[in-house]
Every structure is written in C-alpha cells, then in structure tokens.
Design a protein around this ligand. Structure first.
Ligand code: ATP
Length: 419
C-alpha cells in the first residue's frame, strides 16, 4: 500500500455519515478522533464533512473527494439496515462492483441464524459485501468489516460508526498506509503570551526551516503551536521545534504536547514538592486542571474554594479587618488566603486567587478582570496583580492559566531534589 503524498504533504478528507449527525441528534466524536489519529500518524487532515444517510449525496461527494484527496476516510453507514448506504455509495463513486467476501459471510452465518424475519439473512449478509480490490479490515467487536480501497489518487477507507469498532481498524489502516513512516507534528504549549506574538516568533524562527508548516491555536492565555512536516523530514522538524522553543523563550512550557497542568505536576513531583490552593473567582478550576493529570495525588494536597468573605475568614483565617480595609479582591486578602491554606495543609507551596470575573461587581478602582494572585512558601509570600480582558468565562480561564504558570515558575526556581 503506497503512501498518500502530494507536494510533500499527505492530504486527507474525513467524512462522517449519519442523518443523526447532520441533524444534531447525535454529536460527532469520530471526526475528532480520526483527525487526531491522522495527525499522530503524520497525515494532515484537510477537510471534515458530515453527510446524511442518503445514497445519492454520499456517492456524489465521495466521487469528488476521492478525486481531490490522497486519503478519504468515511465512518458510519456500514451496518446491515437500509439506511446504511456507505458501501453502495462508495461502489458507485469509484465505479467498482461489490463482491461478497466468503470469509466474512461465513463469520456472519451465526448472526443470521439469530434472526427470525425472512429478509434478515440478506440484510445481515450485506455486511460481507466489499468493494472489488479492497483490503478487508476484520472487525474485533462488531460485525461490519472496514475496507481500505485503492483509488486512482490514493485510498478510500471505510470504517464502521461505533467508536470502539473503528478504533482498531483505523490503527491498522494508518500503519499500512504510512508504513510507520509518517512524521507526527511537534506540539508546543505557550502561556501568557499574545497569540500574534507567539505566531510571529514562530514564523521568524521558521524562516530558516523550509518544509515545516505552522498552525497556531489560541485559548484564553494559552496558545498551542503546531509544527507539521511539509517535506522537512523528522530530523529537520525537530531542529525547527528547538529554534521555535528558543524564540518563544519563557512563555513556552512544553514541547511534547503536555498540558500546563501536566508540566506543573511533573516538575513538582520531580522535586517532591506539594501544592495547595485557595480559590475564589476560579471556583475550583485550577484544582480541576491539576486533578485531571494522572499522578496528581503525589503533588496536589487540595483546594479550599472560599467564595464568600465568611469562608475566607473561617476556613483560611483571613482577618476581618483585612477584608474591611482592603476588600476581598486585594493583595492583602490574596496573601492571607495563600498563607492560610499553607498553614491548614502543610503544603510546600500555596497559591491563592481572588478576583472580579464579572459581569457585575467591578468599579472604577477595581474593574472587572482585576485578579490578585499570591504564592506562599516557607521563604515568604509574593503577590501578582493582573487586569484581564474578556467575559466571565474568559477571565476565569485566564486566571487559571496564569495561576498554573505562577506555580510553574515557583517550582522551576527550586533545585531538583531540594524542596
Ligand atoms: P453498525 O454496524 O453498528 O450499524 P455502522 O457503520 O452502520 O455500524 P452507524 O449505523 O452509522 O454505523 O452508527 C452506529 C452508531 O455508531 C451510532 O448509533 C453512534 O452511536 C455511533 N456513531 C456513528 N457515527 C458516529 C460519529 N461520527 N461520532 C460518534 N459516534 C458515531
């Protein structure tokens, strides 16, 4: 099986077949899963489409897509019922006949025998019909096989709809197609840097690395920089990644697709440091990020979500006088929150966040987006003030990213093996 490639870059189209997907009755998860698997195999997905269970529509679109793309992957519509049109549509699109595969037919015999309706045998047996010349991908759990069909410009891959059925077949097919030679993209994570700064830094570093493609994804206060092999090859892609990492400087927290929370947990674990949190406006979001990471228990002690002033006083020991004099969103309150949660838990490093996420609650002195952070450790307490833009959700996400980044810097400032 040849490697789909044109202009140095394999191009793939993903087609999700199902009227329930078009209408929104069922959400598509296969599209994302297939796209990620393609990326990991070094094949860049170019388009993704959702089509109804309509023979004409699917046949016409598959004819167009197989003419335009080296690899077209279709999921769904391979089952036994009349609305499963993918097999017939693919046969029509490629002008190839369907032929009954004897081995699959034998495998389906016991399935047929479980049915009572006289028409059932023919329906069930449709699943044994494969396009002439197709390589059959055996089902591990379901009954419908996958099919890898050579086309004039590459391949058409038909996969069943249920995610657990398609997964092993997708792996097998991508191994066959790339012969393990696909170059996976390099995925770099950056925090607290404007998207255009990240993009421009990466672009200038890449000027010396032809054959490397760039995509930048932005979320509040986080950007992901994806470097694709577009002819450079694996060694030059790695060198390009090194140069982009140094151009990004301190903003780049990982060059291996790790999340910021994973980076924090890993470096804290390497230094045997423990972390506790006191969260107000983030309401547990920082704790959620940390506990998403497997292995967090070695590092993360807990978070006190102290939203009301009374909770800040009773749980963390913030002085009522501090709240009266400076307010809940202040440097002083943040410091006392961090200090309080470190006393309470005995963690090595405590971080506190208190801010105004909006839309209500701001004023001229403390506008919406004002957030105070405090880090407390045996050496003392340090505070950071930020004024974030964006709506409530964005402010809370930015505060979470910046909090994790403060933890990352604090942890990285300690020597390994010396808590
Ligand atoms: P079967 O042999 O089970 O009928 P099939 O290939 O005909 O497989 P469909 O009938 O299209 O697949 O879908 C079967 C089930 O697979 C759906 O009910 C749904 O649960 C799941 N599925 C199909 N397509 C998707 C998708 N794009 N994203 C997530 N789940 C999907």
């Amino acid at each position: 099986v040849g490697r789909p490639q044109r202009e140095g870059r394999p191009r793939a189209a993903i087609v999700l077949v199902g009227t329930e997907l078009v209408t929104g009755l069922q959400s598509d998860t296969n599209g994302e899963e297939v796209a990620r698997a393609l990326m990991a195999a070094g094949v860049r997905p170019s388009v993704r489409e959702v089509l109804p269970d309509d023979l004409e529509v699917v046949a016409e679109r598959l004819a167009e897509l197989t003419a335009a793309f080296e690899l077209v992957i279709v999921t769904g519509g391979l089952g036994p019922t009349h609305d499963d049109v993918t097999r017939d549509a693919a046969a029509r699109a490629l002008g190839r006949p369907l032929e009954r595969d004897a081995a699959i037919a034998a495998h389906l015999k016991p399935v047929v025998e479980r049915h009572r309706h006289p028409a059932a045998a023919e329906q069930v047996m449709r699943q044994a019909d494969v396009l002439r010349g197709a390589r059959v991908l055996q089902p591990t759990t379901g009954t419908a096989p996958g099919q890898l069909v050579p086309t004039s410009g590459g391949h058409l891959l038909l996969l069943p709809g249920p995610p657990h059925e398609l997964r092993p077949m997708l792996t097998t097919a991508l191994d066959l197609l790339t012969a393990g030679e696909g170059v996976p993209p390099r995925i770099l994570g950056c925090v607290d840097i404007p998207e255009s700064d990240g993009q421009l830094a990466a672009e200038s570093a890449l000027a010396e690395h032809p054959g490397v493609g760039l995509t930048v994804l932005a979320r509040p206060s986080l950007i992901t920089i994806v470097l694709f092999d577009e002819g450079a090859g694996p060694a030059r892609l790695d060198r390009a990644a090194e140069d982009v990492v140094s151009a990004l400087g301190d903003a780049c927290y990982a060059d291996d697709d790790s999340t910021l929370a994973e980076t924090v947990i890993r470096s804290a674990a390497g230094r045997r440091l423990t972390i506790a949190l006191a969260e107000s406006c983030t309401g547990g979001m920082i704790a959620t990020e940390l506990t998403t990471v497997s292995g967090a228990s070695a590092v993360f002690v807990g978070s006190a979500v102290t939203y009301a002033d009374s909770a800040k006083v009773r749980v963390l020991g913030v002085a009522e006088e501090t709240l009266r004099a400076h307010g809940a969103v202040s440097s002083q309150t943040a410091s006392e929150m961090a200090h309080g949660v470190r006393n309470l838990t005995g963690a090595d490093i405590a971080l506190a966040v208190t801010g105004i996420a909006g839309p209500a609650g701001g004023d001229a002195r403390k506008p919406v987006g004002t957030v105070w952070f405090a880090l407390d450790a045996a050496e003392g307490t340090s505070v950071t003030h930020r004024l974030f833009t964006g709506n409530r959700e964005v402010v809370r996400s930015r505060a979470t990213a910046v909090a994790l980044n403060l933890l990352r810097h604090e942890i990285d400032s300690r020597a390994v093996g010396d808590p």
